[in-house]
Design a protein around this ligand. Structure first.
Ligand SMILES: Cc1ncc(COP(=O)(O)O)c(C=O)c1O
Length: 484
């Protein structure tokens, strides 16, 4: 594969020093799909292109994005039921959030504010404190979910002290990939061969007896970290009553509970925080993804005042984990502020609840219609998991062999074929999960309408109606062997 001609160096022109030829912004906008694939392969992640090709996603280049849709360079309008793993809660380019950003730019407002206090960061923190229940009042702003979760675990550990720094976490958890939180992200793929933080114990998710036994046996456990709804695990909920019992156990043993709401928070489940359904308040929580109004990278850790003060409340401790360079950037903060106002004023949480209930009802109808394909529908609000039956046994032998040649990941699961064909034949985008190959995740923007839900269900119904053999052969014919 040849390098783009751009990489050659020009001789100095006049007095100007020689410089590499660089793409301009306009050049970037006008790149074609083949060139982007080359640049991505050469400079970002060649191995990842293999997976994009398996799904046929390597043939798509997005030109614009509006509301519920991506519009591709070749004019296709793709319904986004993936939603950037919950980061596109407001839809693409929500007009109010875009307008707030434009105004902020036109007024020459400042971005970086390391020397002075930022009115934007302060207002955003105050908004989050006003929304969060109980005395979840103290906010650390960063850019990502991993950064928010690092901050969450650090504030808890600093408050507990070294004698009680052991962390209890759940099987199938996902809390990010940075070095600290990687230790409590339960994935052999992501943990790879990295040296992890040793002082942690793992229990099955939602198993209160296992939590109780662990806390009773080991006094050095001072922190419990869990997603309120496991996203990467395949949209998995703890059984009823779990969170109340967890709260009581943590109180009894003086343990701090960190609730990761990076994926399930911000209205996704029909309430601002998913833990609110159970009327419980954790000691620390974290948000990210949609927090930046689906336009900016914003993550936030929110801690109970008492815990924060114990950890960092004095001048001597104030700078131990103060905001990093890009924590609380001006435009990111105002995007988040506008987003939070939109969330309430447009009743996006109510909409998530209503559309989610409708989708789950219709999906359960399809489960009855296609019992050999669909195993379970689960979730709440617009965070829905569709679990397929494992087809390792039912896939015709000849097909199984052909599929295995493409990639191991496709072997027992229909999800890859279904996702690829939903995109290819119906212009519908859905999400997968690395942890459970049999689950498709639906996490559409919270602005989804009844018509969007019907469009998704009609496409899904039509595709499932083809049956296993045709789904697999259509995939092999249309996606796997397609050139490009
Ligand atoms: C529950 C949860 N926590 C933390 C993270 C990490 O967020 P980020 O990818 O922004 O670092 C994610 C990302 O998917 C997540 O789903």
């Amino acid at each position: 594969m040849s390098m783009p001609a751009f990489k050659t160096e020009d001789a100095a022109a006049g007095d100007l020093p020689a410089r590499p030829k660089l793409y301009s912004v306009e050049d970037a906008k006008n790149l074609d799909v083949q060139t982007v694939k080359e640049l991505f392969t050469n400079h970002i992640n060649p191995g990842q292109v293999h997976f994009l090709k398996l799904l046929g996603f390597d043939k798509i280049l997005v030109d614009r994005a509006e509301g519920m849709h991506y519009i591709t360079k070749d004019g296709r309008k793709i319904l986004d039921f993936f939603g950037g793993f919950c980061s596109v809660a407001f839809g693409h380019n929500h007009p109010r959030i875009v307008a707030a950003r434009k105004k902020f730019q036109d007024e020459n407002r400042h971005e970086i504010c390391m020397a002075f206090m930022s009115q934007y960061a302060s207002a955003l923190a105050a908004n989050l404190a006003a929304i969060a229940p109980g005395d979840l009042d103290m906010v650390f702003l960063g850019s990502t979910g991993s950064e928010a979760m690092e901050a969450a675990i650090k504030v808890a550990e600093q408050a507990q002290g070294p004698e009680r720094s052991k962390i209890l976490h759940a099987a199938n958890s996902f809390h990010g990939k940075t070095k600290g939180v990687l230790s409590v992200t339960d994935s052999t793929l992501y943990q790879s061969q990295f040296k992890l933080v040793e002082n942690r114990v793992k229990v099955p998710f939602g198993d209160i007896n296992a939590v109780r036994a662990a806390l009773e046996a080991d006094r050095s456990i001072g922190i419990v970290v869990m997603e309120t709804v496991q996203g990467g695990g395949g949209i998995v909920e703890a059984p009823p009553g779990f969170w109340r019992e967890l709260r009581a156990l943590c109180d009894k043993h003086g343990v701090l509970w960190v609730a990761d709401e990076v994926q399930c928070g911000l209205g996704r489940t029909g309430q601002f925080f998913a833990f609110e359904r159970d009327n419980v308040v954790p000691d620390v929580t974290a948000l990210a993804k949609a927090l930046g109004g689906s336009k900016a990278a914003v993550g936030a850790m929110i801690a109970r005042r008492e815990i924060y003060m114990k950890a960092y409340g004095k001048p001597k401790t104030a700078l131990i984990h103060a905001q990093a360079t890009f924590g609380g950037m001006g435009e990111a903060c105002i995007s988040a502020i506008e987003g939070l106002n939109v969330l309430y004023e447009e009743d996006l949480m109510g909409n998530a609840q209503r559309q989610g209930d409708y989708l789950i009802e219709r999906l359960n109808g399809l489960r009855v219609k296609y019992p050999s394909l669909l195993k379970e529908i689960r979730g709440r609000g617009l965070m829905i998991g569709i679990e397929f039956n494992d087809i390792s046994e039912t896939m015709p032998f000849g097909l199984k062999h052909m599929v295995a040649l493409l990639d191991d990941k496709l072997k027992g699961s229909l999800c890859g074929f279904v996702g690829a064909l939903l995109l290819k034949d119906y212009d519908v985008l859905v999400a997968f999960t690395e942890y459970n190959r049999n689950v498709i995740r639906l996490e559409p923007p919270l602005i989804a309408t009844r018509e969007d839900c019907d469009r998704f269900i009609d496409a899904f119904d039509d595709l499932l109606g083809r049956g296993i053999t045709r789904i697999v052969t259509d995939y092999l014919r249309k996606v796997a062997v397609a050139k490009g």
